[in-house]
Design a protein around this ligand. Structure first.
Ligand code: BG6
Length: 370
């Protein structure tokens, strides 16, 4: 089997190699867009006038698959960092229902490849109605790049494995930065969150590198969970889009049925499908939602079901409650999904191998659908 080498580690699969590239991808984005000294987010050659930006009344984020999950997270970032309510929608639904927008609407079109047909249709429909279209894509000179008013490039380097890993982290980091940028430009920024953003962002590459060093721990977990019939993934707030993305990663990489839920919604029906061979995975950082998540974990355990919890370092009470815990480095609320998706990607990778699936090329799927 062909192997590649990076930082003296040998990789037999592209997916794990790309997962390990994440510290440098995040660092590249920081170097390009963050002015630490003046606490500003910068977008080079941003040709859209401050007047046009301040006149934007409606924000819509569109994407497909993983990029849709990034879009949904972008909605949460805009609300928390910039105090702006927005909409997130599947690109094909936006185009298909002939959504009405106008010149005071900003459509943020997110696509790893920049070539996804549904995404192009959505961006074209928005442009036709004179909306402003900003793309976030890894595809330089892609059709999406060419038709957008402005493009923010992921700069993640080519992603070859089917599963979006490093491009997802770059999308969500750029969306957080964009939310701060919009808040600063519209003068609606949440100053506390934005100041935390500038303090914390520089720490992310080191924290991600620390998570990657725990690879063996995730491999052990993979051995424990690889025979599951399904995985039910729960999160609240920022962790809700993360739960959807985690479930997609599990599905496409391992063929195990993964399903993501807004934590409270899980109790309104889906709980009925939770059997002994369907563990629940919780994204439950030590934030203001934790109490609620803890109650759901207790409920699951009272039903004698398995609970695997991803939480913040030091949240040791979980050791007594859950079957397994993954502790993530402490960070601010908006960055927890960025750190937490990494062990999940590694877990999905190892489960794929244990189930005999080639994680670089799972059956039936293409990197993008044109
Ligand atoms: C799907 C891929 O076809 O397209 C997903 O299987 C991907 O992994 C989705 O997330 C969207 O692709 P893109 O390039 O528009 O982000």
């Amino acid at each position: 089997m062909k192997k590649t080498k990076k930082n003296n580690i040998e990789f037999f699969h592209k997916m794990i190699k790309e997962i390990y590239e994440q510290p440098e991808v995040v660092q590249r984005i920081i170097d390009e867009h963050i002015d630490m000294k003046n606490k500003r987010v910068l977008f080079k050659d941003f040709a859209i006038s401050p007047k046009r930006i301040s006149g934007i009344k409606r924000f819509i984020l569109v994407g497909c698959g993983t990029s849709y999950h990034a879009a949904l997270l972008g909605k949460y970032f805009l609300a928390s960092c910039a105090g702006i309510e927005s909409e997130a929608e599947y690109a094909d639904e936006f185009a298909g229902r002939k959504a009405r927008v106008d010149k005071d609407t900003l459509v943020i079109a997110i696509s790893q490849s920049g070539k996804t047909g549904d995404e192009i249709k959505a961006a074209r429909a928005a442009k036709k109605q004179k909306a402003l279209v900003i793309a976030i894509t890894n595809g330089i000179d892609s059709p999406l790049d060419r038709l957008s008013d402005y493009t923010i490039f992921n700069q993640a380097g080519q992603e070859q494995a089917l599963a979006a890993t490093k491009t997802f982290t770059s999308q969500i980091l750029l969306l957080a930065a964009f939310a701060v940028f919009i808040g600063q430009n519209k003068k609606t920024a949440n100053t506390k969150i934005c100041s935390q953003f500038f303090k914390e962002i520089g720490q992310l590459p080191k924290k991600i590198a620390g998570i990657l060093k725990q690879n063996v721990h995730f491999e052990i977990l993979a051995n424990k969970y690889c025979k599951s019939e399904g995985l039910l993934v729960l999160g609240k707030g920022f962790q809700f889009p993360l739960a959807l993305e985690a479930a997609l990663k599990i599905k496409e990489s391992t063929y195990i049925h993964g399903e993501g839920f807004a934590a409270s919604e899980f109790l309104h029906g889906p709980l009925a499908i939770c059997n002994k061979n369907m563990p629940c995975l919780f994204f439950a950082p030590r934030d203001e939602c934790f109490k609620e998540l803890k109650a759901i974990i207790k409920r699951i355990k009272s039903l004698k079901r398995k609970a695997l919890v991803f939480s913040s370092a030091g949240n040791r009470q979980l050791l007594k409650l859950a079957d397994d815990v993954v502790f993530l480095p402490k960070t601010i609320d908006i960055f927890f999904p960025l750190l937490a998706i990494i062990p999940l990607q590694i877990l999905a990778f190892h489960i794929a191998l244990l189930r005999g699936v080639n994680p670089d090329k799972p059956r039936y799927l293409n990197k993008f659908v044109g």
